[in-house]
Design a protein around this ligand. Sequence first.
Ligand code: ADP
Ligand code: MG
Length: 657
Amino acid sequence: MPVARLRGVGPERAAQLERLELRTVGDLLLHRPRRHEDRSQFRPIAQLQEGEASLTRGRIVAQGVKRFARGRTSVFELIIDDGSARLHCRWWNLPFMERYFAVGDDVLVFGKPLSLRPRTMDHPETEVVVNDAESQLHLNRIVPVYSLTEGVPQRWLRGLLARVVKDFAPHVIEPQPAPSGSPSRAEALRMIHFPEQADEIETARRRLALDEFIALQLAIQKRRRAWESRATSLPCAGTNHLMRPFLERLTFKLTDAQTKVLREIRADLGARHPMRRLLQGDVGAGKTVVAACAALMAIESGRTVALMDPTEILAEQHFKTFCHWLEPLGIEVHLLTGSRKTGGSKKTADDDSKHSRSPALFIGTHALLEENFAPENLGLVIIDEQHKFGVAQRERLLRKGRYPHLLVMTATPIPRTLGLTLYGDLDVSVIDQLPAGRGRLRTHVRTADTLPKVIEFIREQLAQGRQTYVVYPRVNDEKLAEGVKAVTAETEKLRVALAPFRVGALHGRMKSAEKESVMAAFHANELHVLVATTVIEVGVDVANATVMLIENAEQFGLAQLHQLRGRIGRGTHDSHCILLSNADTPESRERLKVLAETNDGFKVAEADLMLRGPGELLGRDQSGLPNLIFGDLARDLALVEQARALAAKSLTAPTPI
Ligand code: ADP
Ligand code: MG
């Protein structure tokens, strides 16, 4: 039912609610309070603590607007008194606030005191107490506080919600029978808006979150079932005639973890349904060689393989690795990126995908999604760093074949809640072991003033023949926050500081030919130091690089720093990652310490998820994250598991006739 049909909601109010995306009664019921306020207890003004958010109440004794800077800046100030002390409330550049208050009003104030001499709050939340028939809704109880838009008073919206909850919540249908011990959905909606006790808020949130997770799990499980009923698989388990010589030529032996994963993949490739598998493995765990083996199985079975990478650098690097591995076996490897439409190992002019007869391997970026890439006989799709792509892109590549097998790889260890939600339709394999013979990787957290010592240390390492990465958060210093360093400027300084060692720069704004030649020079140890942005985050592989200095480490997420440091520790020498925190606060040090304490990517990812939430953990370009109102992917693992089981049960239950 549209909001406009509610008593007390005219066209103007309806338009305001529209701005909050509240169009129907259902939207209103799901408008989650931003927080709750216990208005049965107030803190006396005299007892307010600096920096501590509290609720207080008093009478306005004075108010007024002051202007400065020839009228360009203004401050509106209220002084309230509750008998214990006075409190100054200030709003900057909002002179119209004056209209909402009058001396003598009884007001509720929620905010953090900025200082205690005099007691001052800037931009607190306020509500004038009105004694009318509705006041028992707004006082002496736990009240909801909602997100608002201009022109909508808190009191009005709360009143509207009280009516809507009373009239409509009882008629809300139960999507699932309430699990025992949990309230009905109707009851939960009442509790989330107008709890009688504080603990009802969390009880209600959990119930409503469960419903959200069930809906997600149903969608995932239905998608998988529908596809299983349609899809017939192409047998791709291989014949070993290429695999055997490949493994013999390899300069290392596969780890037990790699072998175990390959067995899982081989079983999938020979099964009735196409493979849909997520391969997780910490940076450096050796996913590439597993991908190569999977590709070989498909190629042995006469199928073409496509491998999609999120960046050109990565695609080029994979191209080199795979040419080196597969060309001796007589397999064609092609590269398709935005800047290089086709480029095959055979280097023929129109060595186009369409004309290629024998099974080949195509490596590329998003360019693989374009229409002119139409491989014949596509048997296997491999996607590296899956979280950089959305489900839609994944499906688009898959549609270039008839139900090809799918292997997605990620080095971002995905905490289980996220895994079940984002990749619930995939089977999971984990490479939980690093190849033997690697040097130790240690991580050190330091303050910016130790930079000269760190430079000395880098010099020593360079003198021993090792190489170094230096990472900055930005390319150049336009629009830089104070103290944030950038690649371009710092590269010049490092050239001087580290002479005669050679220093090169790498960042996303360079042309790909330039990037390629810098990477090649670093690979060949002609450049000793590579100064870069996070473009080196994924995939770059130079085993001789053993030192990574990351400046402004506080600007990065933990999972991102973990990815970055995965660029070192790949050879036999010990490696050192030095995190310089240029804006040193106790919190940022505490956060960075997680990295010094563990090299386990799962632990880092979980800490990051807790600290910053799923969107930040997976990166801004993550498109597959669901919009949850009540559910919290960082904390609700038990609910997600419960939802998964309930969804599976409801899908297998016989449909009532
Ligand atoms: P990631 O899982 O991060 O993609 P890579 O596949 O790039 O890791 O592997 C990192 C390095 O380890 C590469 O140089 C690769 O050749 C090497 N490597 C992979 N597997 C093994 C192994 N079993 N033994 C020794 N080195 C290995
Ligand atoms: Mg990789």
